[in-house]
Design a protein around this ligand. Structure first.
Ligand code: SF4
Length: 306
């Protein structure tokens, strides 16, 4: 609900409602559930718990951002990106048709904004959009980017085909947190037709965001998991954004130095079937861990270089 978000890949966040239920390992440490707005409003997470629609004043914010387009474009040379929803899931089954209808109408009324609809329920998109608009509504919206959160191979295999089945101007993956290695592209050879400019080609992923986890219970991300995604994107010509390491950073010490160190490191195997290389991750905190991957900051966006 803010236009001063610190999230690296968006300019503003908008929460039409607050509340959700956990549907993925990516939800294990849901920050929205313990966020200040959720706690202040007493919103409880759960499939049958009541969701809280945000205020009419909050719903006017995107209209204001839309009206400020000229100013924003002059300052940044591009349109404002709005992440929806940061304290809920747009395609949560528990949300009734009226609220979603209102949200889609707001998207229509704000053509100067790029709406980033990110969901952990990509399988619901077609049905829930069809409930309130025509089934191909998303395909005709130039200002909607549709994203699926993917945190492991099982979700990649299950949900990427569902994302590819929905026509949208931009389709992207958010891989945060990343508690294991994921092979995104090799299984999709032949489908990976990169879109750019105004040409729409079915079967494309236009952007991948990867990130480690932050927060008290954050899981460490093996450096090779992130590097693999970077390399897969480079090979496929897909823009890649590395958001952050999260709480745990890799370190440059030798294993002997790590073992001799007085403080503890977290050892991460590459995978259950391929234990090596083992990474010794250092809990230094999100800020110190930063967002360089092999010394490089990756800030790819759709339409830009990876
Ligand atoms: S989908 Fe998002 S908001 Fe909902 S429980 Fe999962 S992480 Fe939290």
């Amino acid at each position: 609900m803010s236009e001063n978000t610190k999230i690296e890949w968006t300019d503003a966040t908008f929460s039409p409602w607050i509340g959700c239920s956990k549907v993925s390992p990516a939800c294990d440490h849901c920050y929205a559930e313990v966020s200040t707005p959720a706690r202040a409003l007493g919103v409880t997470w759960g499939a049958k718990e009541e969701r809280h629609r945000t205020s009419a004043g909050n719903w006017k914010l995107p209209l204001r951002w839309n009206a400020q387009h000229g100013e924003f474009f002059t300052a940044h040379g591009r349109r404002r990106r709005v992440f929806c929803a940061s304290l809920a899931d747009v395609f949560d089954n528990a949300i009734g048709a009226q609220w979603r209808f209102d949200l889609l109408r707001l998207i229509i009324e704000t053509p100067n904004l790029d709406w980033l609809l990110l969901t952990k329920r990509i399988g619901n998109v077609f049905r829930l959009v069809s409930d309130v608009r025509s089934h191909d509504w998303l395909a005709g919206r130039d200002n909607v980017w549709l994203g699926a959160t993917i945190c492991n191979q099982e979700e990649a295999d299950r949900d990427i085909p569902k994302l590819l089945a929905v026509k949208a101007r931009v389709r992207f993956l958010s891989m945060e947190p990343l508690p294991g290695p994921v092979d995104v592209f090799s299984a999709m050879t032949g489908e990976l037709l990169h879109t750019s400019g105004d040409d729409y080609e079915p079967g494309a992923i236009d952007w991948v965001i990867a990130s480690g986890e932050s927060g008290a219970s954050a899981r460490p991300m093996h450096p090779d998991w992130a590097a693999s995604l970077r390399d897969q994107c480079a090979a496929a010509g897909v823009p890649f954004l590395f958001k952050q390491w999260g709480e745990h950073a890799p370190n440059n010490r030798t294993m002997a130095e790590v073992e001799a160190a007085e403080r503890g490191y977290t050892f991460v195997h590459y995978s259950a079937t391929q234990p090596y290389p083992i990474a010794a991750m250092d809990r230094v905190g999100k800020k110190a861990a930063g967002r360089l991957l092999d010394g490089v900051q990756h800030d790819g966006f759709p339409g830009s270089a990876a």
